[in-house]
Write a protein that binds this ligand. Structure first.
Ligand SMILES: CC(=O)SCCNC(=O)CCNC(=O)[C@H](O)C(C)(C)COP(=O)(O)OP(=O)(O)OC[C@H]1O[C@@H](n2cnc3c(N)ncnc32)[C@H](O)[C@@H]1OP(=O)(O)O
Ligand SMILES: CC(C)C(=O)C(=O)O
Ligand SMILES: [Mg+2]
Length: 512
């Protein structure tokens, strides 16, 4: 079994994602998490890009102890000097110097001949070796370079002291078969590649970055470069979590694995998403919210009977809690009952049937049913004492230069109606004052949270309130497509709970 080393460039190529700018503190935070994840190398930035990037590389270099910290540099002495300055305090440091080798880049970007590129690459590696034991050379746009010339460059930079040679597919142009063959060909033509790390670096322009990286491993690459969540320039880089899981899950085929602590993947992904603002799509492999979710009844039934029927990765193995049964209108009783057990309910079959029927009605109103929806549903179907008040309507007059005024209509347990209006400091305040008048209860609002607001046409606002009356503290929750309505529902439910705790009779059934 071969061990493939992981070179993480989330903080350099990942930061090249349009709109992403990671501060020094954030880079350190991500780097420390990458260290926990167990990556071999962390490319912390491009020191010559700006004083801020130089500082970030330096901070990461100071803090990270168990991974090699890398800075990118052009084949330019001043770039390499800045990288050296930044990496001075690293426990383990490496310089990553690059120069494009492809005809397109030579002609249009660098305006250099093959001979000039070859000489400059050797000169750069030789210069870097004065400072660093570990030097990586990248032949930018290697995948579109003539194979004869590429082999010549690879051989020359190894001779000059490069300890890693990277063969990037800079523009994501390769097919897996072609890319794997470049590695096979280089291994054949340049025997000294056996003495160094041979690295792959893929971009996702055609959606093949991960497949190409795996093909490179098959072709002889010993290091894979990429980013967490696949962020990066244009369509991004190879997603490291996907590469690692493919190797782990199919080690029978690849006969290779990484040393990553896979249980840190979920946490790393979430941190990178939070600090870069790059949201992970729900259907993203390995780390998407739906990656371990089973929505349809037949799949759910299969997973409950034997998890491997529809699951090839255990969510716990990458740090997620457990497989998630998403309940929706296609779900069946098996999954619903399982969810109830999960949430701590142990109901009789008859009670399950009643709750299941109510659940199906709710499914027609809402695309995805959350655990909280199930809790609300089951709680309301198992009402010990019915609720004292139900919100029938809420209306609001709001203007940015007028005082908000709310009127509410509540139905009491005996069926009678109470209607009240009130002004307040804001919309929510006016609604709550009107409810206070209608219920006649004196309560204080001690906490108010809008916990989640989904997107799209059935966007839901979820409001939690905490009310206090004397020693009693209760919570109430409301969900609605309108946050003000959700606020009102949450408040009324909390008031009902207070009355219930005081033991007052409440002869009206709850509905959902
Ligand atoms: C495939 C990749 O991801 S490569 C990394 C890409 N990342 C970045 O570019 C982010 C950081 N970059 C920067 O901050 C800036 O581009 C800097 C500071 C490096 C350079 O800025 P400037 O001096 O203003 O140059 P500018 O970016 O406009 O142009 C790049 C120059 O470097 C040259 N160049 C490009 N690659 C290399 C290289 N590997 N080695 C030497 N020179 C190179 C270009 O030919 C061009 O030279 P020219 O000015 O003689 O035409
Ligand atoms: C600097 C190099 C390695 C790069 O990012 C690329 O070629 O995509
Ligand atoms: Mg790149």
């Amino acid at each position: 079994m071969r061990t493939i080393e992981i070179f993480d460039t989330t903080l350099r190529d990942g930061e090249q994602s349009p709109g992403v700018n990671i501060s020094t503190n954030e880079k350190v935070e991500i780097a420390l998490q990458l260290e926990k994840l167990g990556v071999n190398r962390i490319e912390a930035g491009f020191a010559a890009a700006s004083p801020g990037d130089q500082k970030s590389v330096a901070e990461v270099a100071k803090r990270v102890k168990n991974a090699t910290v890398v800075s990118l540099a052009r084949a330019v002495k001043d770039d390499m000097d800045k990288a050296y300055e930044a990496l001075r305090n690293a426990q383990n440091a490496s310089l990553h110097v690059f120069l494009a080798t492809s005809p397109i880049h030579r002609q249009f970007k660098l305006n250099m001949s093959k001979e000039e590129v070859l000489a400059r690459a050797v000169e750069a590696v030789t210069y870097a070796k004065k400072y660093f034991t570990e030097v990586q050379f990248s032949a930018e746009d290697a995948a579109r370079t003539e194979i004869d010339f590429l082999a010549e460059v690879v051989e020359a930079v190894i001779k000059a002291g490069a300890t890693t040679v990277n063969i990037p597919d800079t523009v994501g142009y390769m097919t897996p078969y072609q890319y794997g063959n470049i590695f096979r060909e280089l291994k054949k033509r340049v025997p000294s590649t056996d003495l160094i790390r041979l690295s792959c670096h893929c971009h996702d322009d055609l959606g093949m970055a991960v497949a190409n990286s795996l093909a490179a491993v098959e072709g002889g690459a010993t290091q894979v470069e990429g980013t967490i969540n696949g962020i990066g320039e244009r369509a991004g880089n190879a997603a490291l979590e996907e590469v690692a899981l493919a190797l782990e899950t199919r080690k029978d085929y690849y006969q290779a694995t990484t040393k990553l602590n896979l249980k840190e993947i979920a946490r790393t992904s979430q941190l990178v998403s939070r600090l870069t603002g790059m949201i992970v799509p729900g259907n993203k492999a390995v780390v998407g919210a739906n990656a371990f979710a089973h929505e349809s009844g037949i799949h759910q039934d299969g997973v409950l009977k034997e998890v491997t029927t529809y699951e090839i990765i255990r969510p716990e193995s990458v740090g997620f809690k457990s497989n998630k049964l998403v309940l929706g209108k296609h779900s069946g009783r098996h999954a619903f009952k399982e969810k109830l057990v999960d949430l701590g309910y142990h109901l009789e079959q008859e009670e399950v049937n009643v709750a299941f029927a109510a659940f199906k009605v709710l499914c027609d109103k809402k695309k995805e049913i959350t655990d909280d929806d199930i809790l609300a549903l089951v709680d309301s179907k198992m009402v010990r004492g019915p609720e004292a008040f139900q919100l029938e309507s809420v209306q609001l007059a709001y203007g940015n230069i007028s005082v908000p005024t709310a009127s509410v209509r509540l139905v009491r347990a005996d069926g009678s109606v109470c209607e009240e209006a009130a002004c307040g400091n804001g919309s929510v305040d006016s609604i709550y004052k009107a409810i206070d008048r209608a219920t006649g209860e004196e309560v204080s609002l001690v906490d108010y949270k809008i916990l989640s607001v989904t997107h799209g046409q059935d966007a839901l606002g979820e409001v939690f309130v905490r009310l206090q009356q004397g020693d009693l503290i209760v919570t109430g929750r409301g969900v609605s497509t309108d946050v003000l309505e959700a606020s009102a529902i949450a408040y009324v439910r909390a008031v009902n709970k207070i009355m219930e705790r005081r033991g007052e009779p409440t002869p009206v059934s709850a509905t959902i």
